[in-house]
Design a protein around this ligand. Sequence first.
Ligand SMILES: [Zn+2]
Length: 303
Amino acid sequence: MNDETVLGIDIGGTKLAAAIVNADGEVLTQDRIPTPVGNADQVFAALGELIEKVRGDATPAAVGIGSAGPLDQRHGLVSPVNIFGWRDFPLVDRVRALVDDVPVTLGVDGHCFALGEFWTGAGRGECNLLGIVVSTGVGAGIVTNGRPLLGQSGNAAHLGHIVVDLDGEPCACGSFGCVETYASGPRMVARAQRRGWRPGEAVDAAVLSADAALGDETALATFDDGAQALAAGIVATAVTVDLTTVVIGGGVAKAGPILFDPVQRWVKRLAQLPYVTDLSVRPAQLDNAGLIGAARLGLDSLR
Ligand SMILES: [Zn+2]
């Protein structure tokens, strides 16, 4: 075993996380902080402190950063929707200045999720994998032949914005009938409420899934619609890039069988071409897949 290490950084709207990870994917140190509210420099100062604390005496050979989008991979700029202080923020240059000019690689958080689950999680050993995060949106990433499929601008695998309903509702992206308009947590909650679902005090996807588990027919039907849209996006992707495995994580996936049973049923129904009939759909295993995948992105930049 070599003693090479990399620094992984995960930038999200609710938390910032960093870890030192070795070449086997083992986390040596990690920490996280709530994403601070402030101007560009204030947010970066907090990230810098986190990096220093996690790094300690380690000398990482590379850095990988996974960030909520949108981002400009070519120029190393990030504009995470929920970090208002960062608009076209030069994150790669700023981090590189902190880490002795080692290579710094930036990727979308969905790609890092897929890479993390591929490296040490539910997709270990599966070289052609789709990772999906179902949460307030629907993010995704693809690993093909053991490498992330990034695309020319780094934005490949936007599964949440595959159109699955030509008569569908408008989507935040400007299109309509996207997977996300059926399967994201907030959209499922809104759909269920329009159908007459009346939750108690809290109104979110966790309550909706709890009601579905109790047999509430509206909640079950709404999860089934979300699962059908997800399955359509999954199968469209699988027939396009030829996959064996799908790993699903994120807050809505915590619904467990309430989500996975109908997703698996719909995938089985829709995946008919011979090379996708054995497509395996399984829950994520890691609670820090984005962070692990960011580290892997850094490691891959050395190879
Ligand atoms: Zn869309």
